[in-house]
Design a protein. Sequence first.
Length: 453
Amino acid sequence: MGTTAIIMAAGQGTRMKSSKAKVVHEVLGRPLVRWVIESARAAGADKIVTVVGHGRDQVEPLVGEDTTVVVQEEQRGTADAVASCTQELQGATGSLLVLNGDCPLVTPEILTSLIAEREANDAGVAIMTMDLEDPTGYGRVIRGADGLVERIVEQKDCSPEQLAVTECNAGFYCFDAELLFQALEQVSDDNANGEFYLTDVIEIARKNNRAAVGCKAQDPRECLGVNTRVQLAEATKIMQHRINERHMLAGVTIIDPDTVWIGADVSIGPDTQILPMTMLNGTTSIGEGSIVGPNTRLTDTVVGNDCVIDETVAVQARIDDGCTCGPRAYLRPDAHLMEGAKAGTHVEIKKSTIGPGSKVPHLSYIGDTQMGAGVNVGAGSITCNYDGAKKWQTTIGDNTFVGSDTMMVAPVNIGSDVLIGAGSVITEDVPDGSLALGRARQVVKEGRVASHC
Ligand code: UD1
Ligand code: CA
């Protein structure tokens, strides 16, 4: 039988000082609560119940599709959050994971070890703990002489001796489901915060002769919670290195992992190099043997093999094998560079196909354009696709040469094997194989300028 997990995501997150619910804040493009859901899923949880409350209109769309949503009407503490699942989980027996929704670094391995530990000891609860140099803000784990957990005391309720304890509650638990729901009825709000603390279940379990085992994390960085924006940055930094290491171990060169930021859902082929100051966001994928960066940001963009993407910003673009981009190219949604194409320096391309081997090397804007193969667009050339009200299409056939500083006023069709003279304004269609010139004739009036000497 699979495991059930409750994810508590109803709290306000006052310490974030935000108009957004805390668990909506992102670590490398993925909301805090989604990181926890993904780990629970990877640990084998087949039923996941997410408790929402504060900012539920923001949280529910993030969790509603693949988890069961339960509403905690009033946020009266973590025990109350779990109690709001009572009906949904009626009759539940065996291991039940309960996870803070604000701990994005939790790994599936931590959760499976927690389940194993509880079951091996037939404990009432297994609790993940961690040793922190600075335990400020966390619940302190108080162990008995037998090594079992006696209770967890929140910072505000700690005596001076308890404050000195460095073993902290990580916020991940595996409970015996039956015991949990019985015990919740006995939890009170008699503490400094006036909240119902889930951690009070430990003492109640002990009174029922059910042990609470503490499993200390080898690496506390897997358990850090996010209560403030400072901790959000710390968690992001840890996740950044975790993701970069995964790619490096899979054959990607990242020479400065401190300045490379890769989202959770990005894929990169072996022998690709990611150079400094590069961000890869969303569902970006990159093939093999490409060089990306420095100073590059790709969002939801597909890059093929053997490309060179230098100082480029691309959003929802497609870059096929062997292309070169930049330095300083800007590819906007639906820009598609076909095999071997080039978008050079200070070039912006939007909703356009640049055919195989075609080149737009310098200072150009290409929008709403279908360009064939082997085209060369001279420096400073522009498609004038917008008349102030509507966008219009430009087509350019194969092997056409567009002279520098050409304005192509859309809608306009330019054929194949066309030669356009530099400085032309092209307002009429140009048939295949033609020379087109659309510029004023040069006038030279000799001797008309008085000598300056
Ligand atoms: C909690 C633990 C603390 C532990 C720390 C680890 C309790 C009482 N304390 O403290 O021992 O060291 O996590 O990070 O559990 N939530 C609800 N409904 C509520 C209150 C909270 O869903 O009514 C959710 C929050 O959205 C959050 C999680 O529960 O995801 C933890 O709540 P939070 O207020 O952050 O608890 P901490 O003070 O961090
Ligand atoms: Ca917290």
